[in-house]
Ligand binder design. Sequence first.
Ligand code: PMV
Length: 326
Amino acid sequence: MPAPLTATAIAHPNIALVKYWGKRDDAANLPATGSLSVTLDAMRTRTRVCFEPGLGADRVRLDGQEDAATSRRVSACLDLLRRRAGVAHGAVVESDNDFPTGAGLASSASGFAALVTAADAALGLGLPREELAQVARIGSGSAARSLFGGFALLRNQADGGVTVGPLLAPEAWPLRVVIAITSALPKEVGSRDGMAASRATSPYYEAWLHSHAADLEAGVRHVQGRDFAALATVAEHSCLKMHAVMLTTQPPLLYWLPATLACLQALQALRRAGTPVFFTIDAGPQVKAVCEPAAVSAVRAALAAVPGVTRVIDSGLGPGAYRANG
Ligand code: PMV
């Protein structure tokens, strides 16, 4: 019997500074907008993929649990890679996060980036990151960005496709990200369903789409120019605009907790007092504070003092997904 094809990979979550929210094409999982992100080094997903001769269907375990919806998305990515490799075996996939899953900490981004990296290695394909990113984004739009370290950029192209690639290496502008955890519970409405509901019902959705390109171009310019103050303005605006769309969706997508808002106010007060820091929030109640390295201890202390913050994680900018032993 032929030997199983096995490999392990590690990927880190990323957070968007210029957000994406909404799909242009549900079947192809194409985002309605581009996005710009930073990959974080403090949290990670480790995924082992083993294609086994004779195994008919994929078996997927995430943090030890099987989940039908996740399994379908995993199989959709694996099918693309199996076709490329001319391999028909089912795979056993075991994926573990060292941080809360599905709680607005981008576990799907690191998860699908690690999955495609491990599967590519197991099948001996050796595809370039840009191509793996196109497979990862079928599983989760933001996962395409976790193939790359530092600052990553996803752009919609005129031909209907997307390009994803690195914008700036982590060491070129080593910002820090301090994450305030306000709840470790999984969110009630996942991004995919939330985006579909926003497109169908939010009166602000069209305005979000129309004003997005200018934010993305400004974000790219400010990252390239290492202009922290200007990036702070565009990132907070993009985040709050996305949450305005979420709030005006029916039924409303209110991802924040009281502690989320209290963190924003604490960070605004710090910035008014001269500390270089800005906030961003994804589809969940956690607050991510992006700051210059000298500001980390002040930002940590301010967030840790907010009632309802249960844990504070300090992260640097991390590498793109990579193959690991195991
Ligand atoms: O990767 P998805 O399709 O689950 O969407 C994630 C969307 C946000 O995290 C809210 C924003 C972003 O650009 O990452």
